[in-house]
Design a protein around this ligand. Structure first.
Ligand SMILES: NC(=O)c1ccc[n+]([C@@H]2O[C@H](COP(=O)([O-])OP(=O)(O)OC[C@H]3O[C@@H](n4cnc5c(N)ncnc54)[C@H](OP(=O)(O)O)[C@@H]3O)[C@@H](O)[C@H]2O)c1
Length: 295
């Protein structure tokens, strides 16, 4: 039977934080979790957009338990500022969903000098996960879900081109950021296992879904191409976030070419599983961000 969010068990008592939750897949993920009585923290970089998203969810799910968090993944300092306040608040967190992303922006760098896609899609989520890990570790259900993409298959980490050192190639740089996300998810699970922590690190991808992702590159494609709708695009994330998944799981749609369909185990490029690459990327990121996980 095809899995749908209808099958999600009651999530009362669990708190999910979703980055990039004001629109697209993050919004649909928040909506479906709210329907299942989870407490959902919608994170994004714009307070107004977050309030609007909360209002839309509340109109559909009047009992929704929602909160917002302004986290600009473009800046390590901004992430640190959010995390410090959150950790000090003593609020619980059970599941962190690393969803936010940018695709094909003009060549640009984050506040810390990383190429924008690598910096937002990967570095920002590495930092956020590291800083929230102690809170996740306290939860009996601690889990991290990281969104990758089929584009990871073409991705390779070029350690001499993570800060826009080479002429910009939007496909190559997006692929690099998305393979980094998948490598991160697997390496995080290895480090968790070595530490004895019970937190689970999983990954997923949404096939090809109708969202605002191409807004800066080809916005006309959002309306003209027959993508999977964003709600179904969120199924993989929802499955990875709420079902009893295997360690190192990578969930994606089961249709032809993994473009659309229902959650199922998905193809992982061997490069993404390579442990040497995983530990190299981790060491690079620790050094460059000066943020180290406390397992
Ligand atoms: N759609 C697809 O077919 C597809 C395929 C493969 C993978 N994915 C992945 O799915 C994830 C969600 O993308 P989507 O398709 O839902 O795209 P989307 O509709 O463009 O949503 C992206 C979200 O990320 C947020 N975001 C962007 N930059 C940010 C920053 N610096 N700090 C914090 N938040 C930021 C956006 O906020 P603003 O609205 O404020 O910009 C928005 O909430 C991404 O990781 C993407 O790579 C999508």
């Amino acid at each position: 039977m095809n899995w749908t969010p209808e099958q999600i068990k009651d999530q009362s008592g669990k708190t999910f934080l979703i980055t990039g939750a004001n629109t697209g897949l993050g919004y649909e993920t928040a909506l479906e979790l709210a329907k299942k009585s989870a407490t959902v923290i919608l994170a994004g970089r714009n307070e107004e957009k977050l309030s609007e998203a909360c209002a839309r969810i509340s109109a559909l799910v009047p009992s929704a338990s929602l909160d917002t968090a302004v986290i600009d993944l473009n800046s390590i300092a901004a992430i640190q500022s959010f995390a410090e306040t959150f950790v000090q608040s003593g609020k619980p967190l059970d599941v962190l969903i690393n969803n936010a992303g940018v695709m094909f922006p003009p060549p640009s760098k984050t506040a810390d000098g990383f190429e924008a896609q690598f910096g937002v899609n990967f570095i920002g989520h590495y930092v956020l996960t590291a800083l929230l890990f102690p809170v996740l570790n306290k939860s009996a259900h601690g889990r991290v879900v990281t969104l990758s993409s089929m584009a990871h298959r073409n991705g390779k980490i070029d350690f001499s081109n993570l800060k826009l050192e080479k002429p910009f190639d939007k496909f190559r740089e997006y692929g690099q950021s998305k393979v980094a996300d998948l490598i991160f998810s697997f390496e995080l699970q290895r480090k968790i296992d070595a530490s004895g922590s019970h937190v689970i690190s999983t990954a997923c991808h949404p096939g090809v879904s109708k969202t605002e992702l191409l807004r800066t590159d080809k916005p006309e494609m959002i309306e003209t191409v027959d993508y999977m709708d964003a709600n179904q695009g969120a199924f993989s994330t929802l499955f990875a976030a709420t079902e009893a998944v295997e360690k190192f799981a990578y969930v994606g749609p089961d249709g032809e070419g993994e473009v659309n369909g229902y959650p199922a185990p998905s193809f992982v490029a061997p490069y993404a599983k390579d442990e040497k690459t995983g530990s190299h990327l981790w060491a690079y990121t620790e050094k460059e961000t000066e943020i180290v996980f406390d397992f």
